[in-house]
Design a protein around this ligand. Structure first.
Ligand SMILES: Cc1ncc(COP(=O)(O)O)c(C=O)c1O
Length: 399
């Protein structure tokens, strides 16, 4: 453990299971630790640095806005905030945007909006149907909406009004829908739950059920949005439009931001209903605008779709060669490699020694989610490292 790492045990809560490296610099898909070692970063700040580390678009937008105007209150108008709202609306099926600072905060706002809509338009309905293995954040309400029981137990009692059903099961949603239901909240692909890809018709059938039942569909695109799955938003590939959508992570390429967007028919917030001191500040929204414009103008989602096909081919051939790989699943540049035992933590540690940062999203699964600007050469190199590590694990080598 280095001196810096020892500071954690004295000064910081130990809430994270960290890899034994201290990163000090990044450029594109590469990062360097305090010992000067170079790594390929296939975690990308947890699917955040969409354009890679220190992309010139992000760096210059940040510098430009930092020397112009960083923070104003939401009691006045701000040009970067409104320009980003317009760009998001023009490139999605949604009509209005509210900015906040993180994914959890975006989900909180989306649930509040759905509840207010339920109160006004559906006879006081307030319940939100969520799915097992979902991840929506760590605040009390978003933790409750998430689907992993062990994260919840220390914090009981949790806020009421959330019910859970299995993922990829529209019938289960139909069964629990009642007069109390105001919305269904799902991720188009479950990210933290293990990169769980639903059936191709799941979202379409869910959309049809929400229409029939007169309830809202909230899509959490915090991990899947901004090109990650090969379209600007994942819903566009499934042909099912949400009433409310949440974004964060990749939206500003590394600068903290969150947003929820809604269609006009459910945009029921009025002055005083919601707020945030830092939400929509000029600094983060100017960077968000610059990142989103770059992503749209350069068809980054189209490039992700092509690179995703390349990565998929490479991962499938990896699965063919390694019997311990039971499944590879994902879309675009969000993939999981499922192993036939609880070896993911071990594999991640071994990848790190070979110069690849990956993530053990489950005890049995490795997750790869590089910056969207990754090259095919970098994808190949990462797969080669995973290949080597799996080969060692198969021979019973542990490091
Ligand atoms: C789908 C999804 N929703 C919500 C969140 C919470 O975002 P944040 O950590 O910014 O609060 C995450 C974070 O991983 C996520 O993947």
């Amino acid at each position: 453990m280095t001196d810096w790492q020892q500071l954690e045990s004295r000064y910081h809560f130990s809430t994270f299971k960290r890899q034994p490296i201290t990163l000090v610099r990044g450029q594109g898909v590469r990062v360097w630790d305090d010992q000067g070692r170079e790594y390929l970063d296939f975690v990308a700040g947890l699917a955040v640095v969409s354009l890679g580390h220190c992309h010139p678009v992000v760096v210059s937008a940040l510098a430009e806005q930092a020397s112009t105007l960083m923070q104003v209150s939401n009691l006045v108008y701000s040009v970067p905030q409104l320009r980003l709202a317009q760009l998001l609306v023009e490139n999605s099926c949604l009509d209005r945007v509210f900015f906040c600072n993180s994914g959890a905060e975006a989900i909180e706002g989306a649930v509040k909006l759905a509840r207010k809509w339920g109160k006004e338009k559906r006879d006081g309905a307030y319940e939100v149907i969520c799915t097992d293995n979902a991840f929506h954040g760590r605040t009390l309400a978003t933790l409750t909406a998430s689907g992993t029981e062990k994260y919840k137990l220390p914090y009981l009692p949790l806020p009421p009004g959330f019910v859970h059903v299995p993922f990829d099961d529209v019938e289960a949603i139909r069964k629990v829908t009642s007069a109390k239901t105001c919305a269904v909240l799902v991720e188009p692909i479950q990210g933290e739950g293990g990169v769980n890809v639903p059936s191709d018709d799941y979202l379409c059938r869910l959309r049809a059920w929400c229409d029939e039942a007169g309830i809202l569909l909230i899509l959490d695109e915090i991990q899947t949005g901004i090109g990650r799955t090969g379209s600007l938003f994942a819903y566009q590939q499934y042909g099912a439009e949400p009433d409310i959508m949440t974004l964060a992570k990749g939206l500003a390429g590394g600068v903290p931001i969150g947003a929820f967007l809604a269609k006009e028919h459910c945009a029921v917030f009025a002055p005083g209903d919601h707020g945030s001191t830092f939400g929509g500040n000029p600094l983060c929204t100017h960077v968000g605008y610059s990142v989103l414009k770059y992503v749209v103008d350069n068809d980054i989602p189209g490039q992700v779709a092509k690179k995703g096909q390349h990565l998929e081919r490479r991962l499938r051939s990896l699965a063919d060669r390694h019997p311990m790989v039971t499944e590879v699943r994902g879309r675009g540049l969000l993939w999981a490699i499922e192993l036939d035992g609880e070896l993911a933590e071990q594999a991640v540690g071994m990848c790190l020694k070979e110069g690849l940062i990956a993530n053990n999203v489950k005890p049995t699964a490795l997750r790869l989610m590089p910056p969207l600007v990754v090259s095919e050469v970098e994808l190949d190199r990462a797969v080669e490292i995973v290949d080597k590590v799996l080969g060692k694990l198969e021979k019973g080598e542990r490091e």
